[in-house]
Design a protein. Structure first.
Length: 244
């Protein structure tokens, strides 16, 4: 089965939106890991001037992590799936969050404009038809020295970690997803990790996109060697200096 892309993937997420959080809840450390990646942005939590963009917010788990770590920030959350976005918007939010239904390629048309102090992208890049375009968009929307955090299933390259991923998906995730009627989506998600960059390759991809101070950081628990945070910074360019 080929990987799902673009409209087909958005439709699959629309269908799965009703049960997505149920499956997420069965993943130990899922929400704690998102909060850890949000903290790795290294932004001051008490700064009410911060503008943060959550790319691929899904049902709002990543948005909630950002809101908890950066409670004063102005958050814009974007997703290409209308069904996932509706669930995200229906959550109770201590501060208003702007939710935008748009693929990354059409953010300008949807009225999403920078500069942002940070861009957070959780479980997005490997699902994108053009992950380099996602990174180029993040770079363009960030302020000089703005921060990027990519939170992603990116295997270490070790056989043991690939084996754990296959065992968890084959023994738990795929059977449950099939019972819920969302087998095609979760087969895509399983295979998308196997087909995507290793953690080191993802770090190099971020560097090639023009970011500096790139670091690839592991996450604890059963996802060690499976899920990583890649943090980086947009450099300040001569053009930025000329605009001041």
């Amino acid at each position: 089965m080929p990987l799902l892309r673009d409209a087909d993937l958005a439709d699959a997420f629309d269908h799965a939106a009703r049960s997505y959080d149920t499956l997420v809840a069965a993943n130990p450390g899922y929400h704690a890991h998102l909060r850890r990646s949000a903290r790795r942005l290294g932004l001051p939590p008490d700064d009410r001037r911060l503008r943060v963009l959550d790319l691929g917010c899904g049902t709002g788990a990543s948005t909630a992590a950002l809101a908890e770590v950066l409670p004063r920030a102005d958050i814009t959350a974007v997703d290409a799936s209308a069904g996932m976005l509706r669930r995200a918007a229906a959550r109770p939010w201590a501060r208003p969050v702007r939710f935008v239904h748009a693929p990354v390629e059409r953010l300008d048309e949807a009225g999403v404009s920078g500069p942002f102090d940070a861009v957070f992208a959780a479980y997005l890049l490997r699902n994108a038809a053009d992950p380099d375009l996602v990174l180029a968009t993040a770079l363009r929307l960030l302020a000089p020295h703005g921060r990027l955090a990519v939170h992603e299933y990116a295997l270490s390259g070790r056989t043991a970690h690939r084996t754990v991923w296959n065992a968890v998906c084959g023994g738990l995730v795929l059977p449950v997803a099939a019972l819920l009627g969302d087998g095609p989506l979760y087969r895509h998600l399983w295979r998308s990790v196997l087909a995507f960059d290793t953690a080191g390759g993802l770090g190099r991809r971020v560097e090639r996109a023009g970011f500096e101070r790139v670091r690839v950081l592991p996450l604890p628990g059963w996802q060690t060697g499976i899920t990583h945070t890649v943090v980086a910074r947009r450099p300040q360019t001569p053009t930025d200096e000329d605009a001041r």
